[in-house]
Design a protein around this ligand. Structure first.
Ligand code: APR
Length: 230
């Protein structure tokens, strides 16, 4: 069974109503990264950071997987599908995908302030400001902030190396090390990019097909084509 590796970014969830980061109406047009998405911000204004992620979590819980998330689950009937997502939402899980690696964390979980992988589930949208982890430290969102290490990167690189087909959906390929995953794909492996915009494809040396459509339209079409090729 051929292995398909799918790298997704905020664009795949845009059609579920969740804002991307760098589009003109994106999150970073309305919030400063230094104030809500760095370790220093968590120390300096903890309440603002916790409230920011409570709001993100509330949006995610109100959103639903769209046709793109659902189409990717159909691929599993004929391919060995591994999803590597930069997204912290759980829409791939809720769509029914079974093998997902979150590079930047998961908004439905909190973690210890001391151990980046010591997570606890959070039900509902609101993290109480002073809740503590069993290890005694204050809990924080299980989200990789700018400037923090990406513990899942090595696993994701190993997955990228194993791809027979690579699909990239809805990422500007602007943030490292996530964007460097395209360099781990064997050069002969075909890459299919679904994005209405123009991500940074400078490092993609593979045979590249760019489907310039929104994920909810382009991904189902791509999945139909790949299943038809079988
Ligand atoms: N369908 C598909 N792609 C879309 C859609 C859509 N409906 N709408 C926008 N896009 C594309 C944009 O053209 C862009 O290429 O999605 C991409 C969104 O890029 P970013 O906003 O930069 O999101 P992403 O690449 O996921 O950001 C990476 O940056 O802020 C950090 O940790 C955060 O994981 C995030 C990382």
């Amino acid at each position: 069974m051929k292995r398909i590796v799918v790298l997704t970014g905020a664009g795949i969830s845009a059609d579920s109503g969740i804002a991307t980061f760098r589009d003109s109406d994106g999150l970073w047009a309305n919030y400063r990264i230094e104030e809500v998405c760095t370790p220093e911000a968590l120390i300096r204004n903890r309440e603002k950071v916790i409230r920011f992620y409570n709001e993100r979590r509330r949006e995610v819980l109100a959103a639903k997987p769209n046709a793109a998330h659902i189409a990717l689950t159909r691929l599993e009937q004929d391919f060995d599908v591994l999803i590597v997502t930069q997204n912290i939402d759980d829409l791939h899980e809720r769509a029914g995908s079974s093998r997902i690696t979150h590079l930047h964390g998961e908004i439905t979980k909190l973690r210890s302030s001391r151990d980046e992988l010591a997570t606890v589930p959070l039900s509902g949208w609101e993290q109480p400001l002073d809740a503590r982890h069993p290890d005694g430290t204050l809990l924080r969102p299980y989200v990789v902030f700018f400037g923090e290490s990406v513990p899942m990167f090595d696993r994701a690189a190993e997955i990228a190396r194993s791809a027979d087909i690579m699909i990239i959906v809805g990422t500007s390929l602007a943030v490292y090390p996530a964007a460097s995953l395209v360099r781990y794909v064997r050069p002969e492996v075909p890459v299919y990019l679904v994005d209405p915009g123009s991500p940074d494809t400078a490092y993609i040396r593979n045979p590249l097909t760019h489907i310039r459509k929104r994920a909810a339209e382009g991904v189902p079409e791509l999945v139909d084509m790949l299943l038809g090729q079988k």
